[in-house]
Design a protein around this ligand. Structure first.
Ligand code: 5GP
Length: 232
């Protein structure tokens, strides 16, 4: 349970028909995940160091990127997952550091090969996803792993990796969120309006999260997130 959705119950167990062969009604996609989970658990038990998976989500422009960059630069023990995306790089963004910037076809291939831990279309525009391999490798080494992803992705991780700690980053006020989004100046007016609409919906989901952290000051918010990584 938790590693893959059960197959839909189909009327297979009728007289004269072979019983379903998947373990517990689960199939080929479940088995590699189960194997990864067992290897990961064994490693953690051997080393005695619990690895933690923390998901940092929150509305657009709340400063998730700034907080996660601060963590990457100041807390080297934390493995910050590098997402894949189909959007184009902004000035200063580096392939492999900020994102893996992929074509639609490349992204499709990762999804088809089940190499994404989660993925979503964000702001009705581009696709973003977390490559599964590096996350599991870092966890197997006993590192704490941080995913900075959107709400849809956070929900998927909760489903597939129930041990994950979900943290919701809040703006000090709604006005401050609007100010940050407009002030960033990286999106067109139309895109800003679309993101503000998404942000309203996203703020309403904060109760689904294990913890909430208010981002008034980047360093303080980052240290609160890192402290939460030590709790489980
Ligand atoms: P941006 O284009 O501003 O870098 O990011 C847009 C949104 O995509 C942000 O809300 C960010 O959290 C989300 N995002 C970034 N990486 C991922 C990912 O791997 N998975 C998901 N689901 N969302 C992501």
């Amino acid at each position: 349970p938790g590693l893959a959705p059960p197959r839909a119950a189909r009327p297979r167990a009728r007289p004269g028909r072979a019983a379903p062969r998947g373990v517990g009604g689960r199939g080929a996609r479940h088995r590699p995940r189960l194997r990864e989970w067992l290897v990961d658990r064994e490693k953690r038990q051997e080393t005695g160091i619990p690895s933690r998976l923390v998901v940092l989500a929150g509305p657009t422009a709340v400063g998730k990127g700034t907080v996660s960059t601060y963590i990457r630069e100041n807390y080297p023990d934390v493995h910050l997952s590098v997402s894949a995306t189909t959007r184009k790089p902004r000035p200063g963004e580096v392939h492999g550091v900020n994102y893996f910037f992929l074509s639609d076809d490349e992204f499709d291939t990762l999804v088809e090969n089940d190499e994404m831990l989660e993925w979503a279309t964000v702001h009705n525009a581009f696709r973003y996803g977390t490559p599964r391999g590096p996350v599991l490798e870092a966890m197997a080494e006993g590192m704490s792993v941080l995913l900075e992803i959107d709400l849809q992705g956070a929900r998927q991780v909760r489903g597939t990796m129930p041990q994950a700690v979900l943290v919701f980053l809040l703006p000090p006020t709604w006005e401050e969120l609007v100010r940050r989004l407009i002030g960033r100046g990286t999106e067109s007016t139309e895109e800003q309006q679309r993101r503000l609409a998404t942000a309203k919906v996203e703020l309403a989901a904060q109760d689904e999260f294990d913890y909430r952290v208010v981002n008034s000051d980047v360093g303080t918010a980052a240290s609160e997130v890192v402290d939460l990584m030590a709790l489980r």
